[in-house]
Unconditional design. Structure first.
Length: 496
């Protein structure tokens, strides 16, 4: 019997607007050394506890969540947080010391004494052995020192599901930088008779962006646009199969260099949704109507084709910075953006922007970062493909690398992780009274029989820990998620 179509359950509670203005804690931006990481981690604990209180006091979840996030951002700014554009004059305020913060919060959060290697075995071992997890591998790394403080079967490749998005995002940031923007352009042919909408691979392009492109096109053409023009659309930047190996699916549109709203047909901005089977054609037809509104008439329905050589660019739209796309992909577990990130990495490497070319490019970029790739196979960028294989050691070390001083370009990997009890795919996991709420930032992963959790947390000593737990053979997604959440919580609490 054929295997049922996968329906990953990484469905976030919040929308993009709920995280767009979030300010990153200073330890994610400065990365000066081990002491800074420990000190600012403690300051982050204080901000998160204040935010939890704000959630409880704010009333209904939707408005309460947003109020809590705003309050949390203010607290983190006062403790040394900065925005993506960098520090202002004089730099950030110094962070409070972790021991003082943790001492004041000890009775509130339930944090206990610091956990060493032996106590971590005692705390994690029984939880890893729970039947709900099936076969499970685990790695915990001290982000400040790079020391692996716990491991179980660290080098065994497992199906990562959506936690592979961490690797996809890191490769794209490393290759292109966090400030990179994906262009969508309009060109005019040398004979001034044909306009071509050229897709650059931005899946977040929307109708408003197309309207701006149409207006800019009309202004640029001036009198040359008074007559009727042909309209074409160019998707040649991508190659290979457009359909993901999982097949037609509400979790991902056909992968195209040109689309609006990720091919969604229901005006949603995250989670499963009905998708069009011709996202490029749909975008071009929408653009044709907007051109007409702007005073540029087109002769017939737009046709697919390459932009003529020698034409000139008459309008350009740039996506949000890659850092913002990475954050959205990780927070919302966005499969369409993840596949776009993989293809942008391929283009930078000179590989075909296909599933195969993306696999080679992402793998090569991770290898260049010095990460352990034994047994790794990155079949896609989103984690929907069961042929993906990575180790817990790879994910944990990648997260630690993103927190360190040597690769500040990787910081959005951490700032985009969902926050336990607050945002994205962890918005409905953990409770307001859990000692781990607000402390754990982690990417979830869910396929039938596969559950994973990989991220960071702060332990009772104030250390920033990077962790990865990968489980296969699970029989209940809910029970497996509870078990994974208990493992991450155990890292924050230490031992009694």
């Amino acid at each position: 019997m054929a295997e049922p179509v996968e329906k990953p359950t990484d469905e976030p509670l919040d929308r993009w607007g709920g995280w767009r203005g979030w300010k990153a804690p200073e330890y994610l931006k400065r990365g000066s050394g081990p002491n800074d990481l420990r000190l600012v981690a403690g300051s982050a604990v204080l901000g998160l506890v204040v935010a939890v209180g704000a959630v409880l006091a704010a009333g209904p979840w939707d408005s309460g969540q947003r109020k809590a996030e705003r309050d949390r951002a203010v607290v983190l700014q006062r403790a040394g947080g900065v925005h993506h554009e960098g520090d202002g004059p004089g730099g950030p305020e110094p962070a409070a010391s972790a021991p003082a913060v943790l001492g004041a919060l000890g009775t509130t959060t339930g944090l206990k004494a610091p956990a060493g290697a032996g106590s971590l075995e005692a705390a994690l071992g029984p939880l890893l052995d729970t039947p709900a997890l099936g076969s499970v591998t685990a790695v915990v790394v001290d982000a400040a020192t790079g020391e692996q403080v716990y491991a179980r079967d660290a080098a065994i490749p497992m199906t990562p599901a959506s936690t592979v998005k961490i690797a996809t995002a890191a490769a794209a940031l490393s290759a292109l930088g966090p400030a990179h923007r994906i262009p969508t352009t309009v060109t005019l042919s040398p004979d001034s008779r044909t306009l071509t909408l050229v897709g650059g691979g931005d899946p977040t392009l929307d109708k408003g962006d197309l309207r701006a492109l149409a207006s800019d096109t009309a202004r640029s053409l001036g009198e040359a646009g008074a007559g009727s023009l042909r309209l074409a659309y160019d998707t040649s930047r991508y190659s290979g199969p457009a359909l993901h190996p999982i097949g037609p699916n509400e979790n991902i549109a056909p992968v195209s260099a040109l689309m609006t709203d990720e091919g969604r047909l229901d005006k949603s901005d995250h989670g499963p949704a009905a998708r069009g089977d011709d996202p490029a054609g749909d975008a071009a037809r929408t653009f044709a109507g907007l051109l007409d509104d702007a005073g540029v008439a087109t002769r017939s329905d737009p046709a697919s084709g390459r932009a003529p050589a020698g034409g000139r660019t008459v309008a350009t739209h740039l996506s949000k910075p890659l850092s913002a796309l990475v954050e959205r992909a990780l927070t919302n577990s966005d499969n369409d953006i993840a596949e776009a990130l993989a293809r942008q990495t391929a283009l930078k490497a000179g590989e075909p922007a296909s599933f195969a070319g993306s696999r080679r490019a992402v793998t090569a970029r991770l290898k260049a970062l010095g990460l352990p790739l034994g047994g790794a196979r990155l079949a896609d960028g989103s984690g929907l493909d069961r042929e993906d294989k990575v180790t817990a050691g790879l994910l944990a070390r990648l997260l630690a690398l993103a927190a360190g001083p040597d690769h500040p370009e990787l910081r959005p990997v951490l700032t985009g992780l969902p926050v336990a009890g607050f945002s994205g795919t962890l918005g409905e996991r953990y409770t307001a009274t859990s000692p781990a709420t607000g402390l754990i930032r982690a990417k979830t992963g869910t396929l039938t029989g596969v559950n994973a959790l990989a991220g960071t947390t702060v332990d009772a000593q104030g250390r920033l820990l990077a962790f990865a737990f990968l489980a296969s053979g699970t029989t209940s997604a809910a029970d497996a998620e509870d078990s994974l959440d208990a493992l991450a919580t155990a890292l924050t609490r230490g031992t009694r």
